[in-house]
Design a protein around this ligand. Structure first.
Ligand code: ADP
Ligand code: ASP
Ligand code: MG
Length: 420
């Protein structure tokens, strides 16, 4: 029998009524002749609550115990979903990560898949089970400990199962009816896309469009999984939602295809550091070891050739990272300074910044996107603090209070509300 993967996010399983509602969607696919693998998230808000409990108990927590706690939300929904399916006459069974087993690396909090052996689930399908309900977001390390895949990780579980089980499609059911030109909660002018390329979705996701976890798009691209995003609240059929697919399948060709934002960023500047070979490694090595995801980096040119206090040239280094990693970053820098590995006069933290980015494959062959973006932002008096670019995106760091305005302004400037 063909296999379909259906993933339901937190809002789609927020209470028993919604679980019943999506179980009905699963039942219909079973009636159409599929073996279904259902991937569930924790009920809406649950994971945030669990994360908060961990932080309140232990500021610099043991990541193994963090995973033990925050993975638990998915276990509840998996069991409830299996029960609900049984209630409506569908033979279903729930699976926690270790039971499958979903083998991952031991990077707690951001583990990666190693393998998903099919045997256990296939054996149950052979016995007559129609639906395997798998707890998303979690796995098991080589040491036998529970791991989690990073926030939003159930999307990645879904794509990984689609690849491992050769599924016909991977349907991601969520609280919006597809992928839009920008977050539809920020501007009503956001336009739903029928299709989007893996490359563009990968950029949008990594720049903050949380509709899909970045890693899920990476995996879909690598294993050519037909990935679809659609609403769990609407009536849906084969044509609903947005398909993430190869560039060649897409007719639309705008230079910029979407605007993404990442609200909770922070900017950290180390003032007056020595300007010498190895200084960047001495800063970013400890940050990486502390698990800080450094994003944008700017190093100033040397202010002067020789600074007596530092017996050499000096400069400033600025980088950005998620707000919730600021404490770790600060600690790592202070420790590196205390150990004599780096030397700075001052460490300034700005936690009120957001990142806004424009993305489009068309940028590869079109100049002038950056100029247009900067002009549009300056037209609204929005000051740009840091800029970074790649082949198909331009990102700016700005004051958080202007984030919505910046997204709306850029959406207008690149006329994303119209398909042509
Ligand atoms: P789930 O709990 O189902 O995984 P998420 O909250 O993780 O849902 O992702 C869905 C949300 O992503 C939407 O509610 C929407 O606000 C947000 N989002 C951000 N960017 C986009 C975009 N470009 N298109 C659609 N939704 C987006
Ligand atoms: N429940 C997890 C989270 O909130 C995983 C997910 O929903 O994808 O991040
Ligand atoms: Mg999500």
């Amino acid at each position: 029998m063909p296999i379909l993967v259906m993933k339901f996010g937190g809002t789609s399983v927020a209470d028993l009524e919604r679980i019943a509602n999506v179980a009905e969607k699963v039942r219909r696919e079973v009636e159409r002749g599929y073996h279904v693998i259902v991937i569930v998230s924790a009920m809406a808000g649950k994971t945030n609550e669990l994360v908060k409990w961990v932080n309140e108990t232990s500021a610099f927590y043991d990541a193994r115990e963090y995973d033990a706690v925050v993975s638990s939300g998915e276990n509840v929904t998996a069991g409830l979903m299996a029960l609900r399916l049984q209630e409506v006459g569908v033979p279903a069974r729930s699976w926690q990560g270790w039971q499958v087993p979903i083998n991952t690396t031991s990077q707690h909090g951001s583990a990666r898949f190693v393998s998903i052996p099919r045997a256990n689930i296939d054996a149950k399908f052979a016995e007559g089970m129609k639906v395997a309900v798998v707890a998303g977001f979690q796995g098991v390390s080589p040491e036998g400990r529970i791991t989690t895949l990073g926030r939003g990780g159930s999307d990645t579980t879904a794509v990984a199962f689609a690849a491992a089980f050769d599924a016909e499609r991977c349907d991601i059911y969520t609280d919006v009816d597809g992928i839009y030109t920008t977050d539809p909660r920020i501007t009503s002018k956001a336009r739903k896309l029928e299709k989007i390329s893996y490359e563009e979705m990968l950029e949008l996701a990594s720049l903050g469009a949380k509709v899909l976890q970045t890693r899920s798009v990476e995996l879909a691209m690598r294993y050519k999984v037909r990935l679809r995003v659609l609403s769990s609240f609407d009536e849906t059929d084969e044509t609903s939602g947005t398909l993430v697919c190869d560039e060649e399948e897409i007719m639309e060709s705008k230079v910029v295809s979407g605007v993404a934002h990442s609200r909770d960023e922070a900017k950290i500047t180390l003032f007056t550091i020595e300007d010498r070979p190895g200084i960047a490694a001495a800063i970013f090595g400890p940050l990486a070891e502390a698990g800080v995801n450094v994003d944008m980096i700017v190093q100033n040119i040397s202010e002067k050739d020789y600074d007596e206090a530092h017996a050499g040239a000096v400069t400033d280094m600025t980088f950005s990272c998620p707000v919730d990693q600021v404490a770790r970053a600060k600690k790592a820098m202070e420790e590196a300074k205390a150990a004599g590995k780096i030397n700075y006069d001052e460490l300034i933290i700005d936690t009120d910044v957001s990142k806004v980015s424009v993305v489009g494959i068309g940028m590869r062959s079109h100049a002038g996107v950056a100029a247009k973006m900067f002009k549009a932002l300056s037209g609204e008096n929005i000051n740009i603090k840091v800029i970074s670019t790649s082949e198909i995106k331009i990102s700016v760091l700005i004051d958080r209070k202007y984030m919505e305005l910046a997204v709306q302004t850029l959406h207008d400037a690149f006329a994303l509300d119209s398909a042509v």
